[in-house]
Ligand binder design. Structure first.
Ligand code: UDP
Ligand code: MG
Length: 139
């Protein structure tokens, strides 16, 4: 099924100028960039995005991290894009991520793990809508 997912290049990765290297991995697997922008979130905006995690112990640190510098938010469209992008990223903790995955290659820690990807069609819908309007998605 052709679907869309939200990917984020996190502040640890934008700082190291590896946006292109990361997005190339998506394009190489037939995921198309149909919307993209760079922005610097406030802590409140980061908290709104990650509201499902608001009761977790790591929430305060996570929202500090996600607002410490620029991010690049991207809508990736293609066959099974939600699963495919998460497979390309690898496990949340770079130490546990399979060799060759984005987080294994570039992640600095379980928090500073370089990328985000939606985990379900419902979260993709919320997350894409958090950053983009329908008119921004150009197929
Ligand atoms: N995170 C963290 N500590 C943890 C778990 C997660 O700092 O113990 C951060 C990490 O940046 C992760 C984000 O919170 O990517 C969201 O966590 P989630 O469990 O949704 O992982 P993901 O879906 O990103 O793999
Ligand atoms: Mg998640």
């Amino acid at each position: 099924m052709i679907q869309a997912t939200l990917a984020i290049i996190k502040p640890d990765a934008t700082k190291r100028n590896i946006v292109g290297q990361i997005l190339r991995r998506a394009e190489d697997q037939d995921l198309a960039v149909v919307a993209i922008k760079r922005l610097h979130l406030t802590k409140k905006q980061a908290a709104g995005f990650y509201s499902v995690h608001r009761n977790k112990s790591f929430f305060d640190d996570l929202t500090d991290f996600m607002s410490e510098g620029p991010i690049v938010v991207v809508v990736l469209r293609g066959e099974g894009s939600i699963r495919k992008w998460r497979d390309l990223m690898g496990a949340t903790d770079p130490v546990k991520a399979s060799p060759g995955t984005i987080r294994a290659l570039f992640g600095e820690s379980i928090e500073r793990n370089s990328t985000h990807g939606s985990d379900s069609p419902e979260s993709a819908c919320f997350e894409i809508g958090y950053f983009f309007s329908g008119l921004d998605l150009v197929k």
